[in-house]
Design a protein around this ligand. Structure first.
Ligand code: ADP
Length: 398
């Protein structure tokens, strides 16, 4: 079965066509600047050259149509016709409390996703536009929504409630939801598999460290806590997001700098994190290079980032009363060799020992701790698209 995986943003659309039997990626691509001048589709068929198609995309429906044309094109296509696209899996950012797992999309589901728009005003409306466009162009193809929040729905109340008046939860559903759930689910399962064990027997901490980052505690297969909150702003220091700060800072800075709450929100999301701290870049490679060149602010920024991750690992080891495995994933987690060493330096009290030779790896499934280590450390590349394709195939088959 061929599954088209769609990740739709407000002006972009990423896709992969995956053969669910072999799990091979047949083609992948990206539509950029949808609804803006200079729209472009970059299509990469497996084993063939990349194709760039520059043509106006006034809306997402046109973009989806172009994607289907690219996938079925006689030269750079990978299937003969739309009939060979058997299902579509959509990444949906926020499922609120309504969705604890993936679901086959129908009108009722669309309405329920729309009801979550308030919780993710930048993401959910774009996801819905993507689904609507696909339904318009492929009315007979079954579609599945896979939510970033679903895996975290097993968190107990004590983990998801904030120390706020309860009425905000009752009235507005203000609580911790967590994000990157598809990745935390996939990576924790994969970590168990690499260790030759079942996830239901393990306490696993997943550190998803990308441009956005989050840490989660997966206790016997269930997420019991995660660092992101009502929005993806909470938790560890990130590329451009502040992570957790004293909430009183917002009012303080708003007054000093004459900012509105919306402007402050923008600072916290786009101008903070390692970018704001280092004044170098949001990209960890640039900051590492600057630190190695003697830039002290870059060095302190990296130290603060590793420290913030280590503190969450400590918190989640406490939350689960122990930990068997700690898995590093996403851009920084998979590739930043020295970063994993720096984080591991904080974990000696757990009996953790990193193996410097095994750790000398980028983007590869591997145990990176010594045989003697009491807690297994792992590098586990995430694959959210494959996870979405698997969940889609499972729901469409049954
Ligand atoms: P997102 O999906 O949140 O945009 P990714 O998981 O793709 O993020 O991670 C992107 C980040 O990975 C980049 O900002 C970059 O800093 C980091 N990264 C990629 N390769 C390396 C590397 N070799 N060393 C350190 N960081 C890296």
């Amino acid at each position: 079965m061929n599954i088209l995986v769609i990740n739709c943003g407000s002006s972009s659309l990423k896709y992969q066509l995956i053969d669910s039997a072999t799990e091979a990626v047949l083609a992948k691509g990206l539509c950029e600047r949808i609804g803006i001048d200079g729209s472009v589709l970059t299509h990469t068929p497996a084993g063939k050259d990349k194709v760039k198609i520059e043509t106006p995309m006034p809306n997402h429906t046109v973009a989806v149509k172009l994607v289907i044309d690219a996938l079925t094109n006689p030269d750079h296509g990978v299937v003969k016709s739309l009939d060979e696209i058997n299902a579509v899996g959509h990444r949906v950012v926020h499922g609120g409390e309504k969705f604890a797992s993936s679901v086959v999309i129908n009108d009722e589901v669309m309405k329920a996703i729309e009801e979550c728009n308030d919780l993710a005003p930048l993401h959910n409306p774009a996801n819905l536009i993507g689904i609507n466009s696909c339904r318009e162009i492929m009315p007979n193809v079954p579609m599945v929504a896979v939510f970033d929040t679903a895996f975290h729905q097993t968190m107990p109340e004590k983990a998801y409630l904030y120390g706020l008046p309860y009425e905000y939860y009752e009235k507005y559903k203000v609580r911790r939801y967590g994000f990157h759930g598809t990745s935390h689910d996939y990576v924790s399962a994969r970590a168990a598999e690499i260790l030759g064990k079942t996830r239901n027997d393990l306490k696993i901490i997943v550190c998803h460290l990308g441009n956005g980052g989050s840490v989660s505690a997966v206790d016997h297969g269930k997420c019991v806590d995660t660092s992101m909150g009502l929005t993806p702003l909470e938790g560890i220091i990130m590329g451009t997001r502040s992570g957790s700060i004293d909430p009183a800072i917002c009012d303080f800075i708003c007054q000093k700098e004459n900012l509105t709450p919306a402007q402050m929100n923008n600072v916290l999301n786009k101008k903070s994190g390692v970018l704001g701290m280092s004044r170098v870049s949001s990209d960890f490679r640039d900051i590492e290079a600057a630190a190695n060149d003697g830039n002290q602010l870059a060095r302190v920024t990296l130290d603060a980032f590793y420290y913030s991750v280590a503190k969450y690992i400590g918190a989640y080891a406490a939350a689960m009363n122990g930990v068997d495995a700690i898995a590093f994933t996403a851009g920084v987690g998979e590739n930043n060799i020295s970063g994993r060493v720096e984080i591991a330096k904080y974990l000696g009290y757990l009996g953790t020992e990193i193996d410097l030779e095994k750790n000398n790896v980028r983007g590869e499934d591997r145990v990176i701790s010594t045989e003697a280590s009491k807690v297994a450390l792992l590098c586990v590349p995430t694959n959210e698209e494959l996870a979405i394709a698997r969940q889609t195939a499972a729901l469409v088959t049954f």
